[in-house]
Design a protein around this ligand. Structure first.
Ligand code: SAM
Length: 262
């Protein structure tokens, strides 16, 4: 029976075989890779992945799709019926680091990646299809319009690269927006949980009003003298700062281990 795509689960199924082959080639799965697919859906990526690896674990929230996958009794396939946002990646990884792949439901893309940033030390890499606009924000460079909180948080933990741009026709049903496949590889040195929390708070404040200067967005927390000490112009806007400067501000703000209010 044909599966009726569910909007609430962000179901846009890949149907372009050439594109699927390109994505698999980018992932370059090896036989004993600890591979996890988020949102297998009707198996567009699952089947070609399984042709390349001995074992594959998939995480799917839609119980009808889980039942379909289970009915196939595919050797090597482990199916977890769960919300990917609730997964504890450290627990799932046990003693090995994971390779994550997924044509992600667009409604969970950003929160999922922010969660992965907190557990990047248990990952080898992530290959994800997302809205192109989100990929552009993740990969944005300092000084560009798309550079913001998401760029800071993800780039603090991962090396990021756009691999493929994907038009709506590649999916059934077609989404309203362009998509793109991104590769994210964790940095060898990861920020500590505390550093990441501080960075998140400072980025949230600094980008609270993108048209305002750093002085205005951070006036309750950082003085002009402190900006100058760090070599930062308080009259500049947040998008002009590089990652090291965000880390420096985060360190300064949280020296006393206090959590500022907005
Ligand atoms: N991988 C398939 C493909 O490329 O054709 C399906 C991709 S579709 C964009 C997203 C998939 O993620 C759907 O199967 C959907 O049911 C599943 N999904 C949605 N929200 C989820 C969540 N929170 N946790 C796990 N899977 C989810």
């Amino acid at each position: 029976m044909r599966h009726q795509a569910r909007k609430r689960f962000g179901q846009n199924f890949l149907q372009d075989q050439q594109l699927i082959s390109e994505i698999i080639a980018c992932i370059n799965p090896q036989n004993d890779d600890p591979l996890i697919e988020i949102g297998p859906g009707l198996g567009a990526l699952t089947q070609p992945l399984l042709a390349r690896v001995a074992k594959l674990t998939v995480i799917e929230i839609d119980r009808d799709l889980v039942a379909r996958l289970q009915a196939k009794e595919t050797p090597g396939l482990t199916i977890i019926e769960a919300d990917a946002l609730q997964i504890n990646w450290e627990e799932l990884a046990a003693d090995r680091r994971l390779r994550l792949v997924g044509n992600l439901p667009y409604n969970i893309g950003t929160p999922l990646l922010l969660k992965l940033a907190q557990q990047a030390n248990v990952l080898v890499d992530v290959h994800a299809m997302l809205q192109k606009e989100v990929v552009d924000r993740i990969t944005a460079q300092t000084g560009t319009r798309s550079f913001g909180r998401l760029s800071v948080m993800i780039q603090a933990c991962f090396e990021v690269r756009t691999l493929i741009e994907v038009p709506p026709e590649a999916f059934d049903p077609p989404p309203k927006v362009q998509s793109a496949v991104i590769r994210m590889v964790p940095h060898a040195e990861q920020p500590t949980t505390g550093e990441l929390a501080s960075l998140e708070a400072i980025a949230r404040l600094a980008f609270a009003n993108k048209r305002k200067t750093l002085r205005n967005n951070l006036k309750k927390h950082i003085s002009d003298e402190q900006f100058v000490e760090l070599g930062i112009d308080p009259g500049a806007r947040a998008e002009t700062l590089g990652l090291p400067q965000f880390f420096a501000l985060a360190k300064l703000l949280y020296k006393g281990n206090t959590t500022p209010s907005q």
